[in-house]
Design a protein around this ligand. Sequence first.
Ligand code: ATP
Ligand code: MN
Length: 463
Amino acid sequence: MEKLSISDARNPEVIGTRAVIQGWVRTRRDSKGGFSFIEVNDGTSLANLQIIADNTLENYEQEIKRLSAGCSVSIEGEVKESGGKQATELLAAKVIVHGWANPEEYPLQKKRHSFEKLREWAHLRPRTNAFGAVARVRNCICQSIHDFYQERGFLYVHTPVITASDCEGAGEMFRVSTVDPENPPRGDSGRVDYAQDFFGRPSYLTVSGQLEAEIYATALGKVYTFGPTFRAENSNTSRHLAEFWMIEPEVAFNDLDDNMDLAEAFLKRIFGDALTKCPEDMDFFNQRIDDTVITTLQKIVESDFIRVPYTEAIDILLASGNEFQFPVEWGCDLQSEHERYLTEQHFDGPVILYDYPRSIKPFYMYVNDDDRTVRAMDVLVPKVGEIIGGSQREDRQEVLESRMREQGLEPEDYWWYVDLRRYGTVPHAGFGLGLERAVQFVTGMQNIRDVIPFPRTPGNAEF
Ligand code: ATP
Ligand code: MN
């Protein structure tokens, strides 16, 4: 017999078909007429399918009446028009129970749990409505990311997870090593000799695929990476993970304006797709999590992002009369409170800040003619703050080398990166979008740990 997903079985067009549906029981209750209502969910949609199981079924007393939340079942039957809130229901002809879930022990039995509590049950939480919806929206966003770049002729490039370049200053790195921590090889100085380690040099988990993406962009034009990145910062915030996924487009012959255009079109595409492709899940977030998510996303898709130079943003913050915890002056790195003031209070929408002071940005960003600022850009959105960070890259060899020295780096250590400027250099630009920040923004989920299946944060790696 044909298998039907619950999402398909809810479509009125299949009324009259006989099929098997398979999933997990959410609830079961008796009805006066001598039958049971069983609500089954298989993860293909937020809503359950209602099953009508008559007491004439052979295992009615011994099994069907004992079904409770969490039990797994295969149910054969006919899809009927329903008088309830769903369009269809299934009239069961046969119910097979695959696995029981003792209602005395099953943690998701009835009671609603907090998201904090559910983090302790990362193995069960995808069975709840909220985490099912997050998983589907996250999947939709990933599809939309690939669609957006593929439709525009970008090549998907896989950059390494293990790297020896610790440049960037993007964050603290996790070391990748096979040396015996109890008895490491030591050099003459007594320090650990990483020349004897697996890769023959100190190696780490990557904080960004950008430098490698530049190699491919300066050969193939338009590329993007989409992979895991790692930061060993001990920041216990609602927007930071130690392991997260980043999408990094890199485009030859793009300048900072092109880069902003790309970032804006990109965000609008994934927000728009979430609204049109996951309407049921988005309604759920709007009702249960944050009643502004849908209107906010709609507004963003239709409006232009405001673009403001860093210097002007500093003036706005100074003129705001706000008491910030971190004082504001030209040259300071913007803290989350500053970013949120700008995007939430002052502009009430997405803002792209650009042209940051050179002293607070990495060596690879293009130095402006004023010599004080670099062509950096950050996209800020309400509630989440920074969602994208990027720049036009420094493509002049001498300037790049002097910027490296200025930051205490040796150009020889990045000889391959410098070579990209030595041979056929071109203007180019790119940025990084944190996938989880995007999912957070779209769903309205407050904590980033609830939009990735298995969050890695300081002290947390059980599942
Ligand atoms: P922040 O200032 O918010 O810590 P950052 O400036 O260090 O971020 P970038 O190095 O610019 O971040 O990384 C590009 C993007 O990756 C960010 O805009 C953000 O969306 C995402 N991102 C960075 N760090 C993290 C993290 N620890 N967890 C989740 N996403 C992150
Ligand atoms: Mn950044």
